[in-house]
Design a protein around this ligand. Structure first.
Ligand code: 6CS
Length: 344
């Protein structure tokens, strides 16, 4: 186990792990799975399903403890704990992983993934670009990529209507801590403000930022709708996440346990695609009930095109940041998406 930790917060998570044992039997081996979201979220549904499958398949010989957001640290710190082998699994979303693995930010390029859910499902579970090229990039940092899945379309929640790039002038838009996302909102003409997830509500309330972007289920459970007046669908992006484990830990496992993990990942994947769809649908109704005055705006095709046009520059920025290898990743992923769209 690598014991070097880059942040003191991550080190304090180690202490928290000692104190926060969610109570498994003393005999059971325990695998720890940290998520970037709170209980009741899409990531929680996935991790809970994974837990259920592992515990059932091993008759409880292996227990999985799920640690929700807020118990062990920020997204970046969770990734660090996985690399160090202190915890075994974590969600690590591209929007946060970009400072460590710049190539993964391909998923932060607006209007890259399809508008067709089935196409995205196929890409996120089978793409060679993801499971060969990007997986190698992660491997170099000590992370084994187990899977990727979508969590729903990103929706802007704002304090004013945004219908065209000019409306973003002087607008402080909160983004995840990713250089690509900063470039994306800069390209739209906004003033991007990277902040950790836990600070978004307070920053909106105190008017330090003017808006944020996330899938509907998150807007509901994090109560962002309480402190913003508009929900705007721009069609720019699907929120995606990865599930990672530590390369050192995983490669030290017996083959049957590696197989068990792969099976549980695949079963949990089948489950989550439907669950995230349902969560996003139901939570929109909850938001409308809780705040009937919320303004719902769906940008027209023409309005979306203006943002799409601006987003073209973001592809060049990605290549600038990642070089020849990133260029190949972007091209091969784009080709795979087009092919999947053609045969859907
Ligand atoms: O906006 C964020 O930072 C977060 N959004 C979601 C939906 N999940 C995790 C992530 O940290």
């Amino acid at each position: 186990m690598k014991l070097y930790l880059r942040s003191t917060l991550a080190a304090s998570a180690v202490l928290a792990l000692g104190l926060l044992n969610p109570g498994q039997s003393a005999q059971a081996e325990e695998w720890k799975f940290a998520i970037e979201e709170i209980q009741g979220s899409v990531q929680d549904a996935y991790a809970s399903k994974f837990k259920e499958i592992i515990e059932q398949k091993t008759n409880g010989d292996i227990a999985v403890a799920v640690y929700p957001y807020g118990t062990l640290g920020t997204s970046g710190e969770l990734t660090e704990l996985v690399i160090s082998g202190i915890i075994q699994f974590a969600n690590s979303s591209p929007g946060h992983l970009g400072t460590l693995v710049p190539e993964i930010q391909v998923f932060s390029i607006p209007y890259l993934l399809s508008q067709n859910d089935e196409v995205n499902k196929k890409i996120l579970t089978e793409s060679e670009t993801i499971y060969k090229d990007l997986a190698e990039d992660l491997e170099e940092k000590g992370l084994k990529l187990l899977t990727m899945y979508p969590e729903g379309e990103m929706v802007w929640t704002t304090n004013k209507p945004i219908r065209k790039p000019e409306d973003f002038k002087g607008f402080k838009m909160r983004v995840m801590v990713s250089p690509m996302l900063i470039e994306a909102y800069r390209a739209y003409g906004a003033d991007p403000t990277p902040l950790p997830y836990a600070e978004v509500y307070g920053a909106l309330q105190l008017k330090m930022i003017d808006g944020q972007v996330n899938p509907i289920f998150a807007i509901e459970e994090m109560k962002f709708y309480e402190v913003t007046d508009y929900m705007i669908w721009s069609g720019e992006q699907e929120f995606t996440t990865t599930v990672v484990t530590g390369t050192d830990w995983y490669s030290g496992l017996p083959e049957d346990q590696q197989k068990l993990i792969q099976e549980a990942i695949s079963e949990a994947n089948d489950y989550i695609f439907e669950v995230q769809r349902q969560y996003n649908k139901e939570r929109l109704e909850k938001i409308k009930e809780a705040k009937p005055g919320i303004n719902i705006i769906e940008l027209t095709e023409e309005e979306r095109q203006a943002f799409q046009e601006k987003a073209k520059a973001v592809r060049d920025k990605y290549i600038e940041m990642t070089g020849e290898e990133g260029k190949e990743t972007l091209e091969s992923l784009t080709k795979e998406i087009e092919q999947a769209e053609g045969s859907s």
